[in-house]
Design a protein around this ligand. Structure first.
Ligand code: DOR
Ligand code: ZN
Length: 452
């Protein structure tokens, strides 16, 4: 048994806890920092020892003094785009896992827009097999197209598959998976709710209308070649119209829907009102919609294009108010790496998507502080709620009986630096931003997967 004393949890109190068989076997509050036995090792030493994957199996007796270190639950990131199969030049499962552990994330939900796309059992099993070459825990969403509607229900009801639900690209985004026939989908899906229907909510008709009205190339030229045109093309109304259609559908058909990367306060207002009427709708937000805005195009150019795009500074402030108000269920990275060379292409050849997985905890922490919230109040957004909604058993907090997956955070006054990057694409829109905390170590099921 491992016995750890003098840990500080996010509520600011001191705790001791024990780990047996890779799980928390007891978590106790302490009055204050306690004196420790002479045979005690430091948290750093324990991290080094437990980096050996065989260490947990040895079931050693060890006393550890955390010395007041801040420990939080390991995060579950419910929105990442792995690139394997299809784009190993952008990311492999190896670099994805390294970025995740560096960011304090032990489990991810992967999106289906790889090549081939994850549309059936065979592609799902192939991708799951690729992911298992790393210790990162992954669950998957199946894509929806007019050609695979028949296979969805049997796959969703097969508990042997690492499947958390479906991803519906209501509007066109990276990949070719647009599907907007919601009525057709309802007819094919049984009404049970142990899986998520995750929506990319942007309305293609609005985007097409905007494209014509703007005369895209003209607007691009008149903005002096600024990528800011991306936020005009895929404007806030495109997102709102899509979210309204999806939430209306969920109400009509009594389906539980999850709106990925909500980018506007108007969508949040709609979601909150729908919930009050009993519609089952969960919402997720991403760091780029809380920490970046259209003001940043000048600085970041193509490295800021993402779908849905970043919004005005006013909308970012208003979205942050929902972040602390309890209306948002999950904070997720939407980690979507592209190579530097691709991101340097002129608009619109430059692909949309930004990486951020290795900065998950620092970005979450900063988003909470920038929104005026407190970490203990918002902790469930990255642990308990994702575990519950997306089916990660045994994860979700620092509690007896749960798996010993946790993160050691250290306060930092520096900046996010390129040496912190683990994603294979080796760039980040957050370089130079203040780093309020840094991930010092990440444990997954008692094994230390990252040590800074
Ligand atoms: O910006 C985005 N990039 N949005 C998406 O929906 C897909 C993603 C990607 O895969 O690159
Ligand atoms: Zn995405």
């Amino acid at each position: 048994m491992i016995s750890i004393k003098n840990a500080r949890f996010a509520d600011g109190k001191f705790y001791s806890f024990t780990i047996s068989n890779s799980c928390f076997s007891g978590v106790f509050t302490q009055e204050s920092l306690e004196a420790v036995l002479p045979s005690t090792v430091s948290l750093q030493r324990y991290a080094e020892l437990s980096a050996d994957p065989d260490f947990a199996a040895k079931n050693q007796q060890l006393n550890v003094d955390a010395g007041g270190a801040l420990l939080v639950p390991a995060a579950i990131d419910v929105h990442v785009h792995s690139r394997d199969p299809g784009f190993p030049e952008k990311e492999t499962w190896g670099s994805l896992a390294q970025a995740a552990f560096r960011g304090g994330v032990v489990a991810v939900v992967d999106m289906p827009n790889t090549v081939p796309p994850t549309l059936g059992r065979e592609e799902l099993l192939d991708k799951a097999e690729r992911s298992r070459r790393t210790p990162l825990e992954a669950r998957f969403l199946l894509g929806v197209s007019s050609n695979n509607l028949e296979v969805l229900a049997p796959l969703l009801q097969d508990p042997s598959l690492p499947l958390s639900g479906l991803k519906i690209f209501y509007g066109q985004s990276t990949g070719n998976l647009q599907f907007a026939d919601l009525e057709g989908l309802a007819g094919k899906l049984p009404q049970f709710q142990n899986y998520r229907l995750v929506f990319h909510a942007e309305d293609q008709c609005c985007i097409d209308d905007n494209s014509r009205a703007l005369s895209l190339s003209g607007a691009y030229a008149s903005l002096g070649g600024s990528y800011a045109v991306h936020s005009m093309l895929r404007d806030s109304n495109s997102a709102l119209q899509a979210t309204a259609a999806i939430v209306g559908w969920a109400k009509r058909w009594q389906r539980a829907v999850h709106i990925a990367h909500v980018s506007t306060p108007a969508e949040m207002a709609l979601i909150v009102a729908a919930r009050a009427e009993g519609v089952l709708v969960s919402a997720e937000v991403c760091p780029h919609h809380l920490l970046l805005s259209t003001d940043d195009y000048q600085r970041l150019a193509g490295f800021l294009t993402v779908n849905p795009p970043v919004r005005s500074r006013q909308e970012v402030s208003a979205l942050r108010r929902y972040f602390v108000g309890g209306a948002i269920d999950c904070f997720a990275s939407d980690h979507a790496p592209h190579t530097r060379r691709e991101k340097l292409r002129p608009y619109p050849q430059c692909p949309s998507g930004v990486p951020s997985l290795e900065f998950f905890w620092p970005l979450f922490y900063r988003a909470v502080l920038a929104s005026g919230g407190s970490i203990p109040d918002l902790l469930s957004m990255v642990s308990l709620t994702p575990a519950t909604l997306f089916g990660f058993t045994g994860l979700g907090g620092l509690r007896s009986g749960l798996r010993a997956s946790w993160v050691w955070l250290t306060p930092q006054e520096g900046q996010i630096a390129s040496t912190d990057i683990r994603a294979q694409c080796q760039w980040s829109p957050y370089l130079g931003d203040p780093a309020v905390v840094s991930t010092q170590a990440t444990w997954q099921d008692g094994i230390c997967r990252y040590l800074g």
